[in-house]
Design a protein around this ligand. Structure first.
Ligand code: 5AD
Ligand code: SF4
Ligand code: FES
Length: 363
């Protein structure tokens, strides 16, 4: 078969694996066409609205040992913390009063009863102080069906669980091969979340050691096949106190990882026109204007950090994480200016669930 040009591919309704690979590999000139097309799709299907998710990184206590992550269990250098319930409620109050519309509660993974109950308490309190007006996303890893249900019933309606990579072999190069890090479990969790009624989000890291362009093409197809509602993905960034650090010489340069991440966002926007796509902190880490650039090529979600500043140094999943010392109000002003510069509008006081999810509900 003759190879299609990027221009020809961009005119198609659906992409083949070869099309995706071609788009991911495209040169600077073609990249501009890709980005122009994804920006156009974004403006037609999701418009200029950017939704906020005020992020609280609840705790860096984690029972897992992902090879890429700075707060993995075996990293003994980390000072472990748990934000107090009152501090979380204060952050929620801030989010509510400032019209953020939604929050994300994220944390290292724990499945013990105390943790499960703490989350229920927090959900109740956040719903309470906001008169049920703040939307809540959870990003708390793999849990039992029962736990997911309890959290859903307590008022969480979105859940983020990144698959990290959809390729099973690569997954096991990034995680220990044991029951705690089981690829099929993770897939099952995504299915459970959907069954229970959550808006389901997933995502991958881009530019991982051992990762090929073909894997990323398959990741995009995976999002599509799973009919996912939201995606948060960004570049892999090495952390020196993790096992994967030893492969840092094999990584592509950071600027290339960044561009590849932008391409992933752009292609996904074209493939899944009405989902929510985050402009992630990892993108901001590799490029000072990373989030704005992501918005320009198709992202529509930003997660301003509301974790109390005193804990932020301890939630370093990777190197050079930005906004470590900025108070919520500083980020608020900074972000407003940045988003205005891109020509987007912050949708204050709205949940901003993905249109994709809403349409499925109506079917
Ligand atoms: N680089 C980029 N992203 C990372 N994450 C964890 N460690 C890293 C890293 N070194 C991401 C994972 C996880 C999310 C909470 O943070 O995708 O799901
Ligand atoms: Fe724990 Fe998540 Fe880090 Fe894995 S990526 S070690 S589950 S915090
Ligand atoms: Fe935190 Fe700019 S968003 S300082």
């Amino acid at each position: 078969m003759m190879n299609l040009s990027v221009e020809e591919i961009l005119k198609k309704e659906t992409f083949t694996r070869e099309d995706l690979i071609c788009l991911l590999k495209c040169n600077e000139q073609d990249r501009k066409k890709l980005f122009a097309r994804s920006a156009e799709i974004k403006s037609i299907h999701v418009g200029k609205k950017v939704y906020y998710r005020g992020l609280v990184e609840l705790s860096n206590i984690c029972s897992k040992n992902c090879y890429y992550c700075g707060i993995r269990l075996d990293n003994k250098k980390v000072h472990r913390y748990f934000v107090t319930e009152d501090e979380v409620v204060e952050a929620a109050q801030y989010a509510f009063e400032n019209g953020y519309g939604s929050m994300v509660l994220q944390s290292g993974e724990r499945t013990d009863k105390q943790f499960v109950d703490t989350i229920i308490n927090l959900l109740n309190r956040i719903k309470d102080i906001s008169g049920d007006k703040l939307g809540i996303t959870l990003s708390l890893g793999e849990q039992s069906e029962e736990t997911y249900r309890k959290w859903f019933e307590a008022g969480a309606h979105r859940y983020l669980l990144r698959i990290e990579t959809s390729n099973r072999e690569l997954y096991y190069k990034l995680h220990p091969q044991n029951a705690k890090h089981d690829y099929d479990e993770r897939l099952e969790c995504l299915r459970l979340l959907r069954k229970i009624g959550f808006n389901v989000g997933t995502g991958v890291m881009i530019g991982l050691p051992f990762q090929q362009i073909e894997h990323l093409a398959d990741d995009l197809q995976f999002f599509y096949d799973m009919d996912i509602d939201m995606v948060g993905m960004g570049p892999y960034i090495e952390h020196e106190d993790t096992p994967l650090f030893q492969f840092k010489e094999q990584l592509m340069p950071k600027d290339e990882r960044f561009i590849l991440s932008l391409k992933m966002v752009a292609i996904l926007r074209i493939m899944m026109k009405d989902i929510n796509i985050a402009a992630t902190t990892a993108m901001q880490t590799l490029d000072k204007q990373g989030r704005e650039k992501a918005l320009m090529v198709g992202a529509n979600i930003i997660m301003p950090n509301l974790t109390p500043v005193k804990y932020r140094e301890d939630y370093l999943l990777y190197e050079d994480k930005p906004c470590i010392n900025e108070e919520a109000s500083e980020c608020k002003n900074c972000l407003e200016a940045r988003i205005a510069m891109v020509g987007d509008k912050i949708a204050y006081n709205e949940w901003g669930d993905s249109l994709h999810f809403k349409k499925r509900q109506q079917q």
